[in-house]
Ligand binder design. Structure first.
Ligand code: SAH
Length: 464
């Protein structure tokens, strides 16, 4: 079977009558259905890269050293997988130990300073080299497996006041809360009509749903629909997480937001990174498939903080990265940084003013720079953790609606997140301004093929 320049063997499975010369849609190593040539070319285009040839001589020595390290030590590192598993096991059993130092060394072959270098990389030749390196790694380790999640944002009420967030408690916005019936109906439509196999139930921290209310909803969905359920509801108790897991939630989308405890405290009044990580560790221990990571480009954050975020994801053995650029929301105090310099002091307080601090006046970081930083982050994550699943986040798509999704995938991401919140509520779940809510038809058409086979493939891939 020809796939661009590659020749591969695939199992014909359910399209056993395919003949030589036919085009078939396949995932993993199994054919799913026969398609015509026009469709086939459309699919190939989805992940086709258009990288210019890289001028290797012009690449900086430091960059070459880092890549050399990945390519050579990466091989050796495969052998240490066992070791890594042991470390994760130890971590799980030690997870309730207080003040567990989040060392940034461990089993990672890239250091904080290597990652910082990759995150800072600029210039088209350097960036072509970085993204295509990450893209090759994605293809090598994950083939062209692209996972599509559908997110149902079921309530925008929130008791918290995170400084960056547009649905924070103090935001003056239309609030909505979906009923159990509405949530179930949205899930049923997504799964049965559209072919979603993985849904995320997300909300602000809204305690007007009791633990039991939420567990009842999860149970009902699981009972009637064949679908993986991720929950993303904030810091509820360990008891809740355990019961929700038993009720049928198998994944948790739960960002630690930033691994810098000082910055965390500034951004989340009344909360600490310790508490957040404690909850994350509880969820790991219970057995959730975790998607986690942080915000990219928060005022007061440094590039070194971002490198630490990636190392923390690696250290925790998180299988799916969830990280996206910070985008202003007019409803949040951070957006005022732009116009009212005098207020920066109040927000920033005692931040160290080191030289690699991201601009505190966020308008200094142009849209292009934010996009570059996010793509560099995806590529660095792929090179640091070859097999991690990386969804392109809605925030990246918002930065570049025309091609953010494509660029993200070609910089090493391999999953997409589509908004499936009922239309009448969608516009009110405004985490930030101008949130992108399009779902490309072409991805819907090819990525969500139905049938038992595809569900089993996902199970195999995610091992949940
Ligand atoms: N209550 C849940 C879900 C929070 S909203 C929880 O606590 O986990 C989902 C994510 O949106 C957050 O984790 C945050 O990283 C992101 N987010 C919030 N405001 C944002 C902004 N202004 N720009 C980009 N991402 C934002």
């Amino acid at each position: 079977m020809e796939n661009g320049s590659r020749t591969e063997q695939i199992e014909l499975g359910i399209v056993s009558d395919a003949k030589v010369g036919d085009w078939v849609l396949y995932a993993t190593d199994r054919a799913v259905r026969r398609i015509d040539e026009i469709e086939a070319r459309e699919i190939i285009e989805l992940l086709e890269d258009n990288y210019q040839p890289v001028d290797i001589k012009a690449l900086p020595l430091k960059y070459k050293r880092i890549i050399y390290k990945i390519r050579t030590e990466g091989q050796k590192n495969r052998k240490t997988e066992e070791l890594k598993k042991n470390e994760i096991e130890n971590f799980r059993t030690n997870s309730n130990k207080k003040n567990d130092k989040l060392s940034t060394t461990g089993y990672s072959i890239l250091t904080n300073s290597d990652l910082e270098y990759l995150l800072n990389l600029k210039g088209s030749n350097n960036l072509e080299a970085l993204y295509s390196e990450a893209n090759v790694m994605r293809k090598d380790r994950l083939e062209d497996f692209v996972c599509i999640h559908g997110i149902i944002e079921f309530s925008n009420f929130c008791k918290n006041n995170c400084l960056y967030c547009g649905i924070r408690a103090d935001a003056k916005i239309n609030r909505y809360r979906m009923s159990e019936v509405e949530i179930f109906r949205a899930a049923k439509f997504a799964v049965e009509q559209e072919g979603y196999k993985l849904i995320v139930l997300q909300s602000g921290e809204d305690y007007s749903y009791s633990d039991n209310d939420l567990i009842k909803i999860i149970r009902k969905i699981k009972e009637h629909l064949r679908v993986f359920i991720f929950i993303s509801m904030g810091e509820r108790s360990k008891r809740f997480y355990r019961a929700a897991f038993e009720g049928g939630a198998s994944g948790s989308l739960f960002r630690f937001e930033t691994s810098n405890p000082k910055l965390y405290r500034k951004m989340h009044p009344g909360h600490s990174l310790d508490e957040r990580l404690r909850s994350l560790r509880d969820q790991i221990e219970i057995g959730y498939y975790i998607a986690s990571g942080g915000l990219i480009g928060l005022p007061g954050q440094t590039i070194s903080d971002l490198a630490d975020d990636l190392l923390l994801v690696r250290k925790l053995g998180i299988p799916m990265l969830s990280a996206g650029p910070w985008i202003e929301s007019a409803q949040s105090p951070l957006s005022k940084i732009k116009d009212q310099k005098s207020k920066i002091k109040n927000i920033e307080g005692d931040f160290d003013q080191s030289s690699d601090l991201l601009p505190t006046d966020y308008s200094l970081l142009s849209n292009d720079d934010r996009l570059r930083l996010t793509l560099n982050y995806i590529a660095a994550a792929r090179l640091l953790m070859p097999e991690i699943k990386i969804p392109v986040t809605t925030a990246l798509e918002t930065l570049d609606p025309a091609s953010g999704r494509h660029k993200g995938l070609l910089a090493g991401a391999n999953a997409l997140m589509f908004n499936i919140t009922p239309e009448k509520y969608r516009a009110d779940y405004n985490l930030y301004d101008h949130k992108y809510i399009e779902r490309e038809k072409v991805w819907q058409k090819y990525g969500l093929f139905k049938g038992e086979e595809s569900y089993e493939m996902l199970e195999e891939r995610l091992q949940i």
